[in-house]
Design a protein around this ligand. Structure first.
Ligand code: SF4
Length: 247
């Protein structure tokens, strides 16, 4: 009896081992293990993103760094399309930082109401504009340390403005899409934007930070959508080992 159970145990161990090996091979093919952030896999992801989204850029319409700052503040919890609709007339009425800084708050609230959270956004827009006028001589700062002193501006907004308006790669924009996709693509195990950004800054070459952010956001909007990713048409599919893949 003892020998039989030993044999059965051995068979079970062998079966488990071959399942593990099979899984590891499949995962390896997809580049997920042992190290999903190895430079070769990351380079392959970047190459596919380049092929798929060669022209990816910020979708918030703006004529200068200040307008991009305001549009990015307004884009929190709101679509870029809606923000662009609102700013089309907003930037005519408020053509410079001074106009926003000393606006009538109740009027401004109503004007930006369609973007949601309009009371807080009005405070941030007016506060940031006032700081730009009074502390930075009307120019949006060109470095992360100073831009973070503007009311309502956190690293995401800072990265959008520095990257898109000034071409300065100070970090990686981590919005809801970058957050989700970085996890699905196993470029991070973290779920908190600050930690995700730190992880991405380690694995993505700095000269790709700006474009990579745009490309991931485009991919998140068009293909790797939150509820049901469109994996069947995804150019990253063979490199992706996400648990919620739909193929
Ligand atoms: S295969 Fe699916 S889950 Fe993976 S990146 Fe593409 S769309 Fe997203």
């Amino acid at each position: 009896m003892a020998t039989k159970s030993k044999k059965a145990k051995n068979r079970k161990t062998t079966a488990n081992t071959s399942t593990k090996v099979r899984r590891a091979k499949t995962a390896k093919l997809r580049g997920a293990t042992p190290d999903a952030t190895n430079p070769k896999r990351v380079a392959a992801i970047l190459q596919r993103l380049d092929q798929t989204y060669p022209d990816a850029t910020c979708e918030l319409k703006h004529a200068n760094p200040f307008q991009l700052l305001i549009s990015t503040i307004l884009s929190a919890q709101c679509t870029d399309v809606r923000v662009n609709q609102v700013t089309q007339t907003l930037y005519q009425k408020y053509p410079n930082p001074q106009a926003f800084a000393y606006a009538n708050p109740s009027e401004l609230e109503q004007e930006i109401r369609p973007t949601g959270f309009f009371r807080n956004k009005t405070k941030s827009v007016m506060g940031a504009s006032k700081a730009v006028v009074e502390k930075f001589a009307g120019e949006v700062p060109r470095n992360m340390e100073e831009i973070l002193t503007l009311p309502g501006v956190a690293r995401k907004t800072g990265n959008v403005v520095l990257g898109t308006a000034y071409g300065i790669a100070a970090g990686v924009v981590v919005d809801t899409h970058v957050q989700r996709l970085s996890n699905r693509l196993e470029l991070t195990k973290n779920h908190e934007p600050k930690k995700i950004e730190q992880d991405l800054m380690k694995v993505i070459p700095q000269d790709r930070w700006i474009k990579f952010s745009h490309q991931l956001i485009w991919h998140g909007r068009r293909v790797c959508i939150a509820r049901k990713p469109r994996c069947a048409i995804c150019s990253l599919e063979s490199l992706c080992n996400a648990k919620d893949k739909t193929v």
